[in-house]
Design a protein around this ligand. Structure first.
Ligand code: HEM
Length: 459
């Protein structure tokens, strides 16, 4: 587990003259940006270069020396060169003895080399103390400082003293350093910048898969069905009516998918009778991306609300409303006000609004700036208790919307159930399982397990 070292940084004393001297090998974008920030933070910076005379565009105030001179002059050396050029360090091994080398390098793809760059560097100069770090920052982030970019710097290395030195510099530059363990973790750190929204990938796939499935399902059973069986072209409905079915359906299923892994995990703990065994990998991964699942689900719910709000201004709706009025005037007829219908429509709309209100609250509390201001108890209250309540309200909204239609055989076009019936399956299962979990006898057991009790440990 990562241990935040930033608190410990307060114990780091002010840098001595020697500690204030740092060396940067590499005069590319990364090296130059790092040099500039180090200078701004009060360090005296020496660049090591093969051709010190012909180095241009280096930050004002930095010295340019030969590699050997620079290596001798500083205790801390940042290696901002590509791995393929590490060979130049081998002849410098004598000067690098006991020095802290920070490996900033990244690769173009995963598993490009048999070992991590930092481990390779350590094998080239075994008597230096290699620390992997700063590689997750871009040259841009380094130049502009943490206010404009990510504040976190990950470091790993085998020697605690060496890591402390790097930590002190990271903190002085305004970053918060996170220790990811020994140098063997460097491959993981080198893979970080290659990942593209890693936690969003699974939720995005689920969202795209569900959207595609329900879009085609509803397209066939509503629009194609009307065309084939009645010769009616209602294809214009794709744009709003169909979208306003697909969005809430996907949203409700994804909301249920947010809460399903938690419920499954509780049942697994109950079954195993302990909380000390790891969950299967798939469950772990699922639980880790719940926030992203929830935020995407919220996005679909917002679309549903927007589509619903524009219903009165649609040409199709206005046309039929006027037609009906004109027909009634012509026939001199009136419609009877049906109170039960008014109750029905107001109730399902009201549940939708309440559900949506809580949904937005959940989304807001999942933002880091808000969740950081909450205690763990407050956060879990909002995300778990209010989360399940949101799911319940949205499910009731959909059940009420379905209303009596659940029993109407004419709605099963081509023997297929309407979308809202399909989308109710998962939320209903999750809510039922949750209901089971909160019954006193099950709740008592799960609380005992979470407090550390283990099956068989009493005997
Ligand atoms: C259907 C309104 C929030 C899930 C509907 C419909 C309306 C509506 C008018 C019927 C649409 C139609 O006839 O095509 C609202 C309002 C909301 C709200 C005003 C809040 C301001 C939500 C939320 C969810 C949700 C938060 C949960 C994700 C559904 C579902 C349907 C539906 C699944 C059935 C879609 C179908 O197959 O036709 N809602 N809703 N709604 N709503 Fe909502």
């Amino acid at each position: 587990e990562s241990v935040t070292l930033s608190l410990m940084s307060e114990a780091v004393s002010a840098p001595t003259e020697c500690e204030k001297r740092v060396c940067v090998f590499g005069t590319g974008d990364m090296g130059r940006s790092l040099g500039l920030r180090l200078l701004q933070a009060g360090y005296s910076v020496m660049f090591g270069s093969r051709r010190p005379q012909s180095c241009n565009f280096l930050p004002n105030g930095a010295q340019v020396l030969s590699h050997a001179e620079a290596a001798q002059a500083a205790h801390l050396i940042f290696i901002a060169v590509q791995r393929e050029h590490y060979d130049f360090l081998v002849p410098l091994a004598y000067h690098l003895k006991g020095k802290v080398l920070v490996d900033l390098s990244n690769n173009l793809k995963k598993n490009q080399y048999p070992e991590a760059n930092a481990e390779y560097l350590q094998s080239l100069v075994p008597e230096a103390e290699v620390v992997k770090g700063f590689n997750t920052l871009s040259a841009w982030a380094l130049q502009n400082g943490p206010s404009d970019a990510n504040r976190q710097v990950y470091i790993c290395g085998d020697r605690a003293e060496a890591k402390q030195v790097v930590l002190a510099v990271a903190t002085k530059l305004g970053f918060s350093a996170l220790d990811r363990g020994s140098l063997s973790a460097s491959r993981e750190l080198e893979d970080f910048p290659l990942q593209l929204f890693p936690l969003w990938r699974l939720p995005m796939r689920i969202a795209v898969g569900l959207t595609a499935f329900f879009f085609f399902y509803l397209l066939i059973r509503e629009i194609l069905y009307a065309y084939i069986t009645q010769g009616k072209d209602i294809s214009f409905r794709i744009m709003v009516s169909l979208a306003n079915r697909v969005c809430p359906i996907v949203s409700l299923i994804m909301l249920a998918l947010c809460y399903l892994p938690g419920v499954l995990a509780s049942f697994l703990q109950l079954y195993r009778g302990t909380k000390y065994r790891r969950f299967p990998d798939w469950l772990d991964r699922w639980m880790l991306c719940r926030k992203q699942l929830g935020l995407l689900a919220l996005g679909f719910a917002c679309l549903h609300v927007l589509y619903t709000l524009i219903i009165p201004i649609r040409y199709y709706v206005r046309f039929w409303a006027t037609e009906r009025t004109v027909t009634q005037i012509r026939q001199n007829g009136t419609n009877e006000f049906i109170t039960s219908r008014a109750w029905h429509s107001d109730s399902y709309l009201s549940f939708g609004i309440l559900g949506f209100g809580l949904y937005v609250l959940l989304g807001i509390t999942s933002l880091p700036s808000v969740s950081n201001a909450l205690s763990w108890r407050e956060f879990s209250f909002v995300q778990s208790k209010l989360g399940h309540l949101t799911l319940l309200l949205c499910t009731i909204h959909t059940y009420l919307y379905g209303g009596k239609r659940f029993l109407s055989a004419s709605l099963y076009n081509w023997y297929t159930p309407p979308g809202y019936m399909l989308c109710l399956v998962l939320p209903s299962v999750v809510l039922l399982l949750k209901l089971l979990l909160v019954t006193p006898c099950v709740d008592r057991n799960i609380t005992r397990i979470r407090q550390g009790w283990e099956k068989g440990a009493d005997q």
